[in-house]
Design a protein around this ligand. Sequence first.
Ligand code: HEM
Length: 239
Amino acid sequence: MTDGLKYHNYLELDTLLSLQKPRAAESAAVKSTVLSEQFFIIAHQASELWLRQVIDDLEAVIDVFTTTDDTSQAEWIVDLLQRAGELTRVLHNQLTALDRLPLRDFAMFRNLLGTASGAQSQQFHRLGHLIGNAEQDGPLYESFAAWVTRSGHTVPDIARRGIDADIYYRIIEALLDIGNGYWRWQVSHISLITKVMGNHAGTGGTTGVNYLVSRCTLPFAELRELRSEAHVGLSVATS
Ligand code: HEM
């Protein structure tokens, strides 16, 4: 039924806007601390919403790679991968907005987080699993490579042919954009933390910055290796 449907019903805004509950509001905190905690909550909740979209899009891509043997849905794959890449930029922006979190307010409400930490984000771990890391490819890349093989090509061959490989090459470009977006998010997360926490330990019980630096990783190792090989023999001759 769509009769009488209004914006706030369709988006379930009453529910959505009831979900930001700064804990500082229940204490004797000043208004500025309550508003800053709300800002902190919204940045995390918005990130989780965008993560949901990225994960669903990437799982749809893996499904196509796994269940089809032709390029009939390849344009849709490119659309989904490019959207996921764009959303890594949105996630990055949610994070850099937190540069505007006043240090004093954060110090005031941080103890109210208890042991809650982004390290417990199941969706972030799911994303990390799908795209893999520098040591281990995830199902996104593995299903892509298998799909390419079933279509009679190889990933190195496609990388070598570059734009002549058309849709296959555009998929590689989109994968690399996702990997770079993921990397950019990790680096910005670390620089944000150095700014608002210095060397403080995390609420999740880690050392904080040093722990996160050790976890920073660039996925799609084979694509990067092939990227460097593309430079061999292609330079313009100098006189
Ligand atoms: C002022 C803002 C932030 C601070 C101070 C902060 C701090 C930290 C710290 C110290 C850790 C290490 C784990 C621990 O001991 O707690 C961590 C992990 C993490 N945070 Fe944040 N964070 C902030 C914003 C965000 C945002 C907006 C997100 C988005 C959902 C996020 C997601 C994560 C994730 C996914 C991890 C685990 C990363 C990994 O395992 O490699 N954080 N954060």
